[in-house]
Every structure is written in structure tokens, then in C-alpha cells.
Design a binder for this molecule. Structure first.
Ligand SMILES: Nc1ncnc2c1ncn2[C@@H]1O[C@H](COP(=O)(O)OP(=O)(O)OP(=O)(O)O)[C@@H](O)[C@H]1O
Length: 344
């Protein structure tokens, strides 16, 4: 429980074991036991979550599979804590970056190009968190139906650069105090890492490309608890609406419907590959043990996502799409120009 819950004298209403969670009051008419891959107890740290369920996904990402990790849960349940963490309990962001750059350092026979972008969806508008002037981004689609966004991409070659970009973006991310959370996220964010790799010894060998999305969703909230008004109320309504579209999309996918309403919100459009498409997806459900109804909605949501089937493959770039090759040619060109200047 967090400080506010302890100070309010709230009781623990849920029981937790290795892979299940259920209501402590067994007479509750919702006495269902929710079973998942893992359920982490209060004492667990972000590193425990990372080691059990995140690391294998990052391994796949480095092999060329797309991957998406998102934190879902009610306001103040700990989503941002999971993704960003703090000094004593680093979040998935830091842990994933460490693993990525350690892997890159170990692979001497490979060439890599790593880029990142950071965007937020605020009141159904997409803003570039790495470029203040790039607000109101429009979603486009290529001929294969892939969703595209002209967000700024920063080239990163070490963990510190990734963290710098993340912190720069967080400075402009919409956060505000509500009655439930002093620093409540008012937008959904997607931090994307794009990895291109190729064999260093094969000049014309294939280039693998994959992306990893780390998403911190804004939490659903009940106006009766947040007592939101004005701008906070409008934000809360947009947050709830997009999460309800997300719930609909998951339901349609799990029921095997032919038409999936991805277009009903920016969030589901941007998540279309992660839900039923070409990406391995991990959903982390954040809950508090001190609420009944608000907590129940998260395992219910997570339960329905388990039946969604994605179709994943390793992605190989065609020659015209190769950014890594483009960068290598550019570097070679610049080196030649520099040398000829030094000689003259
Ligand atoms: N596992 C944890 N250990 C320590 N503190 C935590 C933990 N989870 C959450 N907190 C604290 O609880 C508060 C709310 O957490 P956080 O902001 O991560 O919630 P959230 O789900 O992202 O909320 P919102 O949807 O409103 O943005 C913060 O002060 C955070 O530091």
C-alpha cells in the first residue's frame, strides 16, 4: 500500500499468490480467482518483474521481433512507478536500456543503429515529447496498412542518451495533481526504441529491424473519487473514453470478430500491431490491494487480453528502407570528405 492508503487506514482486500489474485472476502459475489503468468507481491521490486517477464521479451526484440510492454491500471496504482521507477527501485525503462546496450557491446560481429522516439496522447491529440514544436502529429498508413507517425527520432548509442531523451520528454509530459495521485499522468505515453542490426562481415547481408514500445497508460478514474473538475475532468473523460475503446478492441479480438474498431481512438490505432498484429505483447496490470471494484476491473481486463492471438515474425528491411545502410554510407562519405580536407 502507498502512503496515502496507509494514512487513510485502508484495509487489504485482496490475497495474492505466485500466479493468482482473489478477493479476501470469499463471500463476495465476485469470488473469482484470477490466474496469470505471474502475480507479484507487494515486496517485489521492478527488477523482479523485469527478470521474470520482461527480459525474455527484450531478448526476442533483439532477435528482430517487435515487442510492446504496457502498464494498465486504475489511477495511482503504480504504472508510472513500474515504467520509470526511482533511484532505489529503477523502472523497466532503465532495466531494458541496460540489457539492450549490454547486448550490443557483447556482439562484436554485428553493426547496430538504435533510435528512439517519445510521444504522448493527450485529449486525443498526439504530441511529440522530443520536439516541443511538433505537436498535433497525424497518423498515416503505408500501403501495407502499417501505422506511421512523423515523430522525431533521436539516434542513441548508450544508456545515458536513452535516459536523457526520456527525461527531456518527461519535462513536457502532461502530469497534474489529483485527489488520488500527486503526480497523475494525464496522457498515455509511448517510448519507442527502434533497433536495426546486420552482420558486420556480410556487406550485403539482410538488415533486421524491430521496435520495442514501452507504454505508460493514464489510469482510469472515477469522478466520485478524484472529485475532478474543469480541465482535470475533461482529461479524465478522454482517458476513460480511450481506455473503454481499448477494452472494446480487446473484447472484439478475443471473440474473434472480423471487424476490429481500432480507429475509434488514437490509442488503439497506435496499438494495432501490439493487439492482434505483428508484435509480442506484455501487459502489466497494476493494482492496489486496498480497493475492491477499481482493482477488480484490472484483472478482468487482463484476463480478456490473454485470449488475443498475435502473429509475429522477424522483420527484415528491403534495400530501399535500410536506415542503417544509409547511415553507414553517410559516415563513409563524411570520413572521405574530412580526409580530403585534411590533405588539402
Ligand atoms: N511499488 C511501489 N513502491 C513504492 N511506491 C509506489 C509503488 N507503486 C506506486 N508507488 C507510489 O504511488 C504513487 C502513485 O503511483 P504512480 O504515479 O506510479 O501511479 P499511476 O498508476 O501511474 O497513476 P496515474 O494513472 O494517476 O498516473 C506514487 O507516489 C508512487 O511513487
Amino acid at each position: 500500500m502507498i502512503h496515502r492508503e496507509v494514512a487513510d487506514g485502508l484495509e487489504r482486500l485482496w490475497n495474492v499468490r505466485v500466479n493468482c489474485i482473489w478477493e479476501a472476502d470469499e463471500s463476495s459475489r465476485h469470488g473469482e480467482v484470477y490466474i496469470f503468468d505471474h502475480v507479484f507481491k507487494q515486496e517485489c521490486t521492478n527488477s523482479d518483474v523485469y527478470g521474470s517477464v520482461v527480459k525474455p521479451l527484450v531478448d526476442s526484440f533483439m532477435e528482430g521481433f517487435n515487442a510492446t510492454i504496457f502498464a494498465y491500471g486504475q489511477t495511482s496504482s503504480g504504472k508510472t512507478h513500474t515504467i520509470l521507477g526511482n533511484k532505489t527501485d529503477p523502472g523497466l525503462f532503465q532495466l531494458v536500456s541496460n540489457q539492450l546496450f549490454q547486448h550490443v557491446a557483447d556482439q562484436v560481429d554485428k553493426r547496430y543503429l538504435i533510435r528512439c522516439s517519445y510521444i504522448e496522447i493527450y485529449n486525443e491529440k498526439i504530441n511529440d515529447l522530443l520536439d516541443k514544436s511538433n505537436q498535433g502529429l497525424t497518423i498515416r498508413e503505408d500501403i501495407k496498412g502499417n501505422v506511421l507517425l512523423d515523430a522525431r527520432e533521436a539516434v542513441v548509442d548508450n544508456v545515458d542518451k536513452v535516459m536523457e531523451n526520456m527525461m527531456q520528454g518527461n519535462k513536457i509530459r502532461r502530469v497534474a495533481a489529483t485527489r488520488m495521485n500527486e503526480r497523475s499522468s494525464r496522457s498515455h505515453t509511448i517510448f519507442r526504441i527502434i533497433l536495426e542490426s546486420k552482420d558486420a562481415n556480410q556487406k550485403d547481408g539482410p538488415v533486421h529491424i524491430s521496435y520495442l514500445n514501452l507504454m505508460d497508460l493514464a489510469g482510469s478514474e472515477r469522478v466520485s473519487l478524484t472529485k475532478a473538475a474543469g480541465e482535470r475532468l475533461k482529461e479524465g473523460a478522454n482517458i476513460n473514453k480511450s481506455l473503454s475503446v481499448l477494452g472494446n478492441v480487446i473484447r472484439q479480438l478475443s471473440e474473434g470478430k472480423e471487424f476490429i474498431s481500432y480507429r475509434d481512438s488514437k490509442l488503439t490505432r497506435l496499438l494495432s500491431q501490439a493487439l492482434g498484429g505483428n508484435a509480442k505483447s506484455l501487459i502489466i496490470g497494476n493494482v492496489t490491494l486496498a480497493a475492491e471494484e477499481e482493482t477488480r476491473s484490472t484483472p478482468e481486463f487482463a484476463q480478456s487480453t490473454k485470449t488475443v492471438k498475435n502473429k509475429t515474425k522477424v522483420n527484415i528491411l528491403s534495400a530501399t528502407e535500410e536506415t542503417l545502410q544509409g547511415y553507414q554510407n553517410l559516415t563513409r562519405d563524411l570520413e572521405t570528405r574530412l580526409k580530403s580536407r585534411q590533405l588539402s
